[in-house]
Design a protein around this ligand. Structure first.
Ligand SMILES: Nc1nc2c(ncn2[C@@H]2O[C@H](COP(=O)(O)OP(=O)(O)O)[C@@H](O)[C@H]2O)c(=O)[nH]1
Ligand SMILES: [Mg+2]
Length: 237
């Protein structure tokens, strides 16, 4: 059983070295792929240095900041070109705790898509301003009402896909970024009747570095759910 953790990075020099260690120590069967968008702070250079002594660390370097969705699509294609059984998404800023990786993998033994969920048992978010928490929490409810998808945290980015899920989704037809990318992947997996499972995680706001999420990415998600619903009704997904 081989697993690949995919982590997109943009200016994560304060976090990256510690993150690499925290992921790779979980198990020898876990590898880590960094998708770096030519971070001006040199994150990619740090990763390349670490790769000299770490064969389980990989990098895809892209020319500039092109967003989270296309970064993951590049990572998924890389994974499908190799022999990984489980493919995970995780942020670089320790909002997702690398020590939760084994729990996600364990749940993926019996499920096809495991979602680390902030909202499946109460609200497990540490250090978010109340506005951000309320937007995220009600956005999750909004997504659920419009799409009908029974997921309490549809925008979360700590997940584990079984290989066959990514093989079944047309990756060239995923164009959303940010939060709507997460919704779109979940929705497509759900429509294809894969087994989805949420497990509870605690999300802790980053201590080092800065968030790159923007209002634009929230608005993108707001209309994307309607587009997804409509396309499903027209059987175009
Ligand atoms: N490669 C790449 N990574 C990105 C981009 N935008 C954000 N990231 C990374 O995606 C992860 C989540 O981003 P973050 O800014 O922490 O989002 P937030 O947690 O929603 O505030 C982090 O590892 C970022 O470095 C991007 O355009 N390209
Ligand atoms: Mg973050």
């Amino acid at each position: 059983m081989k697993a690949l953790v995919i982590t997109p990075t943009y200016n994560e020099k304060e976090n990256i070295e510690r993150l690499v260690g925290a992921v790779l120590r979980q198990s020898d069967s876990i590898e880590l792929l960094i998708i770096d968008d030519n971070s001006p702070d040199g994150t990619g250079v740090i990763v390349e240095g670490l790769m000299q002594s770490e064969p389980r660390l990989h990098i895809i370097k892209r020319a500039g900041k092109m967003g989270l969705g296309s970064a993951y699509v590049a990572g998924f294609k890389y994974a499908l070109g190799k022999d990984y059984d489980f493919i995970m998404e995780m942020d670089a800023d320790f909002s997702h705790n690398p020590d939760d990786i084994p729990r996600l993998l364990e749940a993926a033994q019996e499920n096809d898509l495991v979602i680390g969920s902030r909202y499946c048992c109460g609200i497990n978010i540490i250090n978010w301003p109340i506005e951000r928490l309320l937007i995220s929490y009600f956005a999750s409810k909004y997504v659920r009402i419009i799409t009908g998808m029974p997921i309490k945290d549809p925008t979360g980015g700590f997940k584990c896909f079984r290989r066959k899920v990514l093989e079944a989704i047309d990756l060239d037809n995923i164009h959303s970024e940010g939060y709507s990318f997460q919704i779109e992947m979940n929705y497509k997996a759900w429509l294809k009747q894969f087994r989805l499972k949420e497990i509870s995680i605690v999300f802790t706001e980053r201590v080092d570095g800065h968030s790159k999420m923007s209002k634009k990415i929230v608005y993108e998600a707001a209309w994307m759910v309607w587009k997804l619903r409509l396309m499903a009704l027209l059987k175009a997904l």
